[in-house]
Ligand binder design. Structure first.
Ligand SMILES: Cc1cc2nc3c(=O)[nH]c(=O)nc-3n(C[C@H](O)[C@H](O)[C@H](O)COP(=O)(O)OP(=O)(O)OC[C@H]3O[C@@H](n4cnc5c(N)ncnc54)[C@H](O)[C@@H]3O)c2cc1C
Ligand code: SF4
Length: 461
């Protein structure tokens, strides 16, 4: 058989068509494409791709099932390791994880592992197969999970499977964390997220929304209420700003606020009259997935010119390659080696962003090349809105309201090797511990913590 060195292309909506809507950009493989892509897998004896996956999915195992045309079995193989295949298949950074170490990548493209995972999950979703609920007998021991993002939901699911009675407390009115309020519909449709959250409810997990732990209830209230352990998957939802002149002008937003209005307040739906700042020319500051999402949303809301302003070069951008590629196809303008120094405002409203050119010098502590200002290279870009997508810190609300919960200088929760915080019986993981990271690493952390919570509760007897 003549195996192609190239991955099967992912069919997508045409760029100039898709910027007029919020529907999904990547359309998914057909059965034939999935079979052809699966045939590219060598079924390696010691598969490096499995080690590259933070939850160690049996990748050759599920791909073999696709080759055998048994897509339901392929789904079961993935489900043994991950509760969110349709989400990970869409938004995991496979290019730096499983696919980065795929043997096929030594001489051509890696196997399209993420695309195959998505194919399998979508097949099961479209065919409405009932998922098997594999669960140990109920032990009537209560565990509380704070935060319904990927870390909290994974921990909740693992504990429910072990027979625990799990309640998730979520501050917002919808479950999903960043998957619900941050990632736009055109990358992760809400109906896909809803179906994954439903799986948890079927396992018996109770999700209480609009409940801010640290305000509505405290950690100590939860212990008094009979919870034997508590997991904090509270994420990193507090946006950073640049602290430059003019940042308080009308028309400057954090990407968090902008994306929350679009996602949770439904500005992405034409029939909703969500209050959202409509601008013709927008600058988005930052180079990660958050910046790409904000820029691409701005375009879809009608902005004619959207700039991504990033102080390093494209090579250093933390955004997924696919997102950068899609953003460029959508005519978003990339201003690399450029750093804002002032927001220019007239009568309190943004009219421009003053920037300076940068050059890269030797690597800094993060290992990335250090950007340095080029003297006398200031210039102004005319814009009527600026979105700051510079990263996030954990919100200090819960830690401030809780005694003996230690954090580091960034406000991230400190945990020991068992993912237990400085407060007995309180465990934590995901972005709340690591700072802004990835969905799959948050899921991995939730899974490990669930095992440790189980051991901890058993040790209390
Ligand atoms: C716009 C955007 C795009 C991204 N794109 C990608 C991507 O393509 N691929 C990828 O791998 N990663 C991506 N990420 C990163 C990824 O989403 C996060 O790393 C991941 O969601 C972290 O999961 P988590 O469960 O730790 O936290 P979160 O997803 O942040 O969830 C935390 C939850 O806890 C809730 N909470 C917080 N405090 C409290 C409290 N006191 N009481 C009750 N509830 C509380 C929050 O409301 C939230 O729902 C993106 C992030 C953003 C913001
Ligand atoms: S490394 Fe690549 S070729 Fe080998 S099993 Fe994994 S996906 Fe298949």
């Amino acid at each position: 058989m003549n195996i192609s060195k190239k991955k099967n292309e992912m069919p997508t909506q045409a760029p100039l068509e898709r910027i007029k809507n919020f529907e999904e950009v990547a359309l998914g493989y057909t059965f034939e494409m999935a079979l052809d892509e699966a045939d590219r897998c060598l079924n390696c004896k010691n598969p490096p791709c499995v080690k590259g996956c933070p939850v160690n999915i049996d990748i050759p195992g599920f791909i073999t099932k696709i080759k055998e045309k048994d897509i339901n079995k392929a789904y079961d193989v993935i489900s043994d390791y991950s509760i969110f295949p349709s989400i990970c298949g869409r938004v995991c950074p496979q290019e730096t994880q499983c696919e980065a170490v795929c043997v096929r990548a030594k001489n051509g493209d890696p196997v399209g592992i993420g695309r195959l995972e998505r194919y399998v999950a979508d097949y099961v979703y479209e065919n409405k197969r009932e998922n098997k609920i594999i669960k140990e007998e109920a032990n009537n021991i209560k565990v509380a999970v704070v935060g319904a993002g990927p870390a909290g939901l994974t921990c909740a699911s693992e504990l429910a499977r072990k027979g625990y009675s799990v309640t998730v407390y979520e501050a917002l009115h919808a479950a999903g964390g960043v998957l619900a309020y941050g990632i736009p519909e055109f990358r992760l449709p809400k109906k896909i997220l809803a179906s994954e959250v439903e799986k948890l409810k079927n396992l018996g997990v109770e999700i209480i929304t609009n409940a801010i732990i640290g305000k509505s209830l405290t950690i100590d209230d939860l212990f008094s209420d009979g919870y034997k352990a508590i997991y904090l998957g509270t994420g990193a939802g507090l946006p950073k700003f640049m602290k430059i002149p003019g940042e308080n002008a009308n028309g400057v937003f954090s990407a968090n606020e902008f994306l929350t209005r679009i996602n949770l307040m439904k500005a992405y739906k034409q029939e909703y009259d969500t209050p959202i700042y409509k601008a013709n020319k927008i600058a988005v500051v930052g180079g990660g997935n958050v910046a790409m999402d904000a820029a691409r949303c701005a375009k879809r809301l009608g902005a004619n010119e959207v700039y991504i302003i990033y102080r390093r070069s494209e090579k250093e951008m933390p955004a997924r390659i696919e997102e950068v590629h899609h953003a460029k196809e959508e005519e978003i303008k990339f201003m690399m080696l450029t750093n804002p120094i002032e927001i220019v405002a007239e009568k309190g409203k943004v009219v421009g962003i003053k920037c300076i050119k940068m050059e890269l010098k030797e690597a800094d502590a993060s290992g990335r090349m250090r950007p340095v200002e080029v003297t006398d290279s200031e210039f102004i870009i005319e814009v009527d809105a600026v979105i700051m997508a510079l990263g996030n810190y954990p919100n200090p609300l819960l830690t401030k309201a809780t005694e003996n919960l230690d954090t580091d200088s960034r406000g991230c929760l400190i945990v020991d090797e068992n993912y237990q915080t400085s407060k007995k019986g309180v465990f934590a993981g995901g972005d709340a511990v690591t700072g802004a990271a990835t969905i799959i690493s948050a899921m991995g952390a939730g899974k490990i913590a669930a095992n440790n919570i189980d051991k901890y509760i058993k040790s209390l007897k």
